[in-house]
Design a protein around this ligand. Structure first.
Ligand code: ATP
Ligand code: MG
Length: 332
């Protein structure tokens, strides 16, 4: 079975609609016919300023959300990144293969660094994509199911794998990005030209999976649209409406042309009201399922212990092969 690997950062108290539609929904689908590894990258989460008092809770809560969204620890491996030290170890080695200019071209770094001010952006934020390459390459992932914003990082991962293999001998699998057309980029409700993001969207711009339905209804009602009246999918001219149609379509299963026909002659208020209900139908039962996992920490610990063991088996073997090719003296 082909192998997939992906992760989601514990950088907020809740995942959002973009995380689900762009990434996690596919993870759930892929676990049936793939050997799947999914993890919560806490090492990545500290590349931006974080609160040590909440990181462990957010990490646990992230795992609980993944299980509540449908990951089944009997069909996939779920783990926490810092429980598998091989990630940092391979990250170092890959850093020694990455050009400074090459890393400087990563647009996510440029965006996140610009938001923080260049004095506050860390070297960890700069090397984030290299650690991500290590995440992927340790598991010989064939496919990496992510949103569009991660395409450049998967491309770097491919380059690093090919470079390693040609310089030192073939050890690493060159992965393919697995990015869904349609939902690969869900936009901020307040700024429908920017991606919805846990760490950089304003609260009003993000629909969190764990928001109370009344709160998400209000956010959807206040979503920025345009001065026209027509409900039509036009990303360039009407990015706000296009985004709402995308979210509607991916939850309701109706195609965009069907929705355009349904809403012909109706107002933006109708679309927003219906969308709020569709989103609430999905999120309302979710909060209860997440809470049930949070209320049973022993079970969550068992899932993570099993996940870390399986992950370390694979990651340890890859790292040993890499050390051998690099020419490190084996420990005695
Ligand atoms: P942060 O702002 O902390 O980077 P994030 O919202 O970008 O948080 P990540 O944990 O970085 O979330 O990414 C988890 C997964 O969700 C990745 O596969 C990413 O591509 C995907 N993703 C994130 N935002 C969106 C979005 N707006 N639309 C579609 N997919 C998204
Ligand atoms: Mg991100």
């Amino acid at each position: 079975r082909p192998r997939v690997l992906s992760g989601i950062q514990p950088t907020a108290d809740s995942f959002h609609l973009g995380n689900y539609l762009g990434a996690v929904r596919q993870w759930v689908a892929l676990q049936d016919d793939h050997d799947a590894f999914y993890f919560v990258p806490d090492l990545h989460a500290i590349t931006v300023e974080h609160d040590p008092a909440t990181l462990a809770d957010r990490t646990r809560n992230g795992v609980a959300q993944l299980l509540a969204l449908g990951l089944d620890p009997d069909r996939c491996t779920v783990f926490v990144q810092s429980h598998v030290p091989e990630h940092s170890q391979l990250g170092w080695i890959l850093g020694c293969l990455t050009g400074f200019g090459e890393a400087s071209r990563m647009t996510q770094f440029k965006d996140k660094a610009a938001k923080q001010g260049s004095d506050r952006a860390t070297v960890g934020l700069f090397t984030y994509p290299i650690l991500q390459a290590a995440d992927i390459l340790l598991y010989h992932a064939d496919r990496v199911p992510v949103g569009e914003d991660q395409r450049q990082h998967v491309e770097l991962t491919r380059d690093l794998a090919q470079r390693f293999n040609s310089r030192f001998g073939k050890v690493l699998t060159v992965p393919e990005p697995h990015i869904l057309a349609g939902t690969a980029k869900i936009y901020d409700l307040q700024d429908p030209t920017a991606k919805m993001s846990k760490s950089s969207s304003t609260p009003a711009g993000i629909v969190n999976l764990l928001d109370d339905p009344k709160v998400s209804a209000k956010k959807i009602r206040s979503a920025v649209t345009d001065a026209e009246r027509e409900i039509r999918y036009d990303v360039a001219a009407k990015p706000g409406i296009a985004n709402l149609l995308t979210i509607h379509s991916s939850f309701s299963g109706r195609t965009i042309p069907e929705l355009e026909a349904d809403y012909a002659g109706r107002g933006y208020g109708d679309l927003k009201k219906d969308l709020a209900e569709i989103v609430a139908d999905f999120t309302a039962p979710l909060a209860k399922r997440v809470q049930a996992y949070m209320d049973d920490p022993a079970e969550l610990d068992r899932v993570l212990a099993r996940g870390a063991t399986r992950a370390r088996d694979v990651a340890g073997a890859t790292l040993a092969a890499v050390h051998d090719k690099i020419g490190f003296l084996p420990p005695t």
